[in-house]
Ligand binder design. Structure first.
Ligand code: 5AD
Ligand code: SF4
Length: 459
């Protein structure tokens, strides 16, 4: 979501006459977009602001602004704490940014704008034109959250849930597709409740509309809340050809006692039941999740329930976090806090268990042919760590199930130099690592046909 918001900020400032620079030293204006989901993210934001103090000493005309969730949470306090800061703007102030910066340029004043509304007008900007022409883009379909999980800061810093009008979403995606985008990820804290408050389309109806956009090859979304995840959405995986075979379904814990204290509104059994139904309909679907270890009061027995759930589901991937107290979140006031040492021990146990499943799932793909959309050069190549003999382009893309696949362009029989970003490449997987797969391309396509048809290629 912050990636998308940063793009909006860039668009706003471009309209106000600013150009983006890749060199911090050259900047006349630095906007820091922040996250406060865990304490560590907030600390990172403040340490970056610290670095900017030295820059501002050398260049007094530099304008420094902080936006996003840390700005929303701390407001005017940040101006006191950071003397070289000019602007604090909240999560609902992005559309006011050019006016705020204009005022600072004219008057060299310091401004705080963290106003929030119960029913925020969803800001619908002109879609971003980017130089790099990425093939995959995020599109926010809703903002805020009404769920109030007791550990979570989001409802306090992003406000109440509100959905964007489908016409604006479709218009934005079409503009992206016209500029070469092949895959979009629809973003919301709880996509299942898309449009409900406003009486717009349901999420599955929105998916059906997005599917009809010509030239778009793949649709992903995040995040679905397990309490609202239902058969209608399960069916969409079957009926919607462009919807990728992957769902991120954050469970947070396997202990019913903790799920209740977290205010998640489902039980371990209900979660397992939904996973079973999903796999009944879509046996090949990849399921990933989020897990929190060390929530206040988490006993050994609670933690064992989490490990048990993991053994039962065998997630394709898992994002695991140590519980962190957040301002305003009710769990901050819960007793029986778990020590950092114990949190860290549990995290290690959990990650070691998950690794066995991630590996197992990746190894199961060896020998199969996976259609991927070529995204660009792989990270290894971009960082220049390849040796001379390997200078042949090393490409990267993702399977429908969201697994990273790397391959060499030179391995394509008789098709040297034929790959470009956005091409569908069928890659035969021959190696599986912890977080990526390696393979040999066996065919390149220019159409969307067979994109979801991995099964017919399985060896
Ligand atoms: N402490 C640790 N992890 C958290 N998350 C959200 N709030 C906290 C917190 N206070 C995790 C959840 C969520 C993910 C985005 O971040 O697992 O799904
Ligand atoms: Fe936070 Fe819960 Fe909302 Fe997710 S659903 S953003 S965890 S309050």
């Amino acid at each position: 979501m912050n990636v998308y918001d940063s793009e909006l900020i860039a668009v706003q400032m471009a309209a106000a006459g600013y150009q983006q620079t890749s060199s911090l030293e050259k900047a006349d204006l630095v906007i820091l977009n922040t996250c406060t989901i865990r304490a560590k993210a907030e600390q990172k934001a403040f340490s970056f602001l610290g670095r900017l103090a030295r820059m501002k000493k050398k260049k007094p005309g530099l304008i420094v602004g902080i936006g996003g969730c840390v700005a929303q949470q701390e407001g005017a306090k940040i101006l006191k704490r950071v003397p070289h800061l000019d602007l604090v703007f909240g999560t609902q102030a992005i559309d006011r940014l050019p006016a705020l910066i204009g005022k600072i340029e004219a008057k060299r004043c310091r401004i705080v704008d963290v106003a929030m509304s119960e029913n925020p007008e969803l800001f619908d900007p002109a879609p971003v034109q980017q130089n790099q022409r990425p093939i995959s883009r995020f599109v926010t379909i809703m903002r805020g959250c009404d769920n109030f999980c007791t550990y979570c800061v989001v409802p306090y810093v992003r406000g109440r849930e509100s959905s964007r009008h489908p016409d604006n979403i479709i218009r934005e995606i079409k503009t992206f597709v016209d500029s070469g985008v092949k895959e979009i990820t629809l973003l919301g804290q709880n996509v299942n409740s898309y449009g409900k408050k406003e009486g717009l389309l349901s999420f599955t109806e929105l998916l059906a509309r997005v599917q009809r956009i010509e030239g778009l090859l793949r649709i992903r979304f995040t995040t679905s809340h397990p309490k609202d995840f239902d058969q209608e959405l399960i069916n969409a995986f079957q009926s919607n050809d462009k919807l990728c075979n992957h769902i991120h379904l954050p469970v947070q814990s396997g202990s019913n006692r903790l799920l209740k204290r977290m205010n998640r509104k489902y039980t371990k059994e209900l979660y397992l039941d939904k996973v079973a139904k999903l796999r009944d309909t879509c046996p090949e679907i990849a399921i990933t999740s989020d897990m929190i270890v060390g929530f206040p009061g988490e006993s050994d027995a609670d933690f064992d329930e989490t490990l048990d759930l993991m053994r039962k589901v065998e997630f394709d991937g898992l994002f695991a976090f140590m519980y962190s107290d957040r301002p305003n979140a009710p769990a901050t006031r819960f007793k029986a806090k778990i020590s950092e040492t114990q949190k860290s021990e549990r995290l290690q146990i959990l990650l070691a268990l998950q690794e066995t499943y991630t590996k197992k799932k990746n190894e199961a793909l060896i020998g199969s042919v996976q259609p991927i959309i070529a995204e660009g050069f792989s990270k290894k190549q971009s960082s220049g760590s390849l040796n001379e003999s390997n200078q042949a382009a090393q490409w990267t893309g993702r399977t429908s199930t969201n697994k990273i696949v790397n391959f060499y362009q030179d391995d394509i029989p008789g098709n040297c130099g034929d790959i470009f970003a956005g091409k569908i490449v069928h890659v035969k997987i021959d190696k599986a690592y912890a977080h990526s797969l390696w393979g040999k391309p066996v065919a390149i396509e220019s159409t969307a046909e067979d994109l979801k048809g991995e099964k017919s290629y399985a060896a």
